[in-house]
Design a protein around this ligand. Structure first.
Ligand SMILES: Cc1cc2nc3c(=O)[nH]c(=O)nc-3n(C[C@H](O)[C@H](O)[C@H](O)COP(=O)(O)O)c2cc1C
Length: 182
């Protein structure tokens, strides 16, 4: 079997991002048969339909999404919703012909944030994913606090319980991709 290629997309751009820490941990602990890459969003501009020639960072993002069998969306919570960098990445991808980059693609969501561990933002993101026709895996969910010591000063995930949840989610995503393929 070819390995499942998963693309991580992180809604936070800061160097010590805890959401990026979640994705890094996932990449380092991907199960056998799964490879995780992480998209570079730092240079991706806001979606603008006037940009007929797509900027290089957008082209790279779209190519990464195209080759991915599944998406792993790391979703910070900004003002009760998903962060703009993540929404912007999905907006760019959604404008390709017939939404072919996203429609039917399996995906899972994880997040690190304030009091509710990004629950509000994640459920908002799920609503967005309905329109995009991404096939989200429901459980296990990964909610975590960015402020309770679960992450070190560089944003690395150090909480063993959350680490276990991420590993469990990756296994579930792998099964989900296999089910959708069969
Ligand atoms: C503009 C802004 C709005 C935020 N609003 C919320 C919020 O509504 N709920 C919440 O739990 N955290 C909120 N936070 C805190 C973020 O969830 C927190 O900074 C999180 O760690 C960001 O992820 P990062 O570590 O990956 O950068 C907000 C942060 C910013 C910058």
């Amino acid at each position: 079997m070819k390995p499942i290629k998963v693309l991580g997309i992180c809604g936070s751009l800061r160097a010590a991002s805890t959401n990026m820490g979640l994705l890094r941990f996932a990449r380092e602990h991907a199960p056998a048969g799964m490879e995780i890459n992480i998209a570079a969003l730092g240079e991706v501009p806001f979606y603008n339909a006037d940009l007929k020639q797509k900027p290089a960072a957008v082209q790279a993002l779209l190519a990464d999404i195209k080759q991915a069998d599944a998406l792993l969306l790391a979703c910070p919570e900004y003002n009760y919703s998903l962060a703009p960098a993540l929404k912007n990445a999905l907006d760019w991808a959604s404008r390709e012909t017939d939404n072919y980059l996203l429609a039917g693609k399996p995906a899972a969501i994880m997040g690190a944030g304030g009091g509710m561990g990004t629950a509000r933002a994640q459920y908002h993101l799920r609503q967005v994913c309905v329109f995009l026709n991404l096939h989200l895996y429901n459980k296990p969910e990964v909610f975590s606090s960015a402020f309770d010591g679960s992450y070190d000063e560089k944003g690395n995930l150090i909480n063993e319980k959350i680490q276990g949840m991420v590993i469990e989610q990756l296994g579930a995503l792998q099964n989900w991709v296999a089910r959708l393929r069969s």
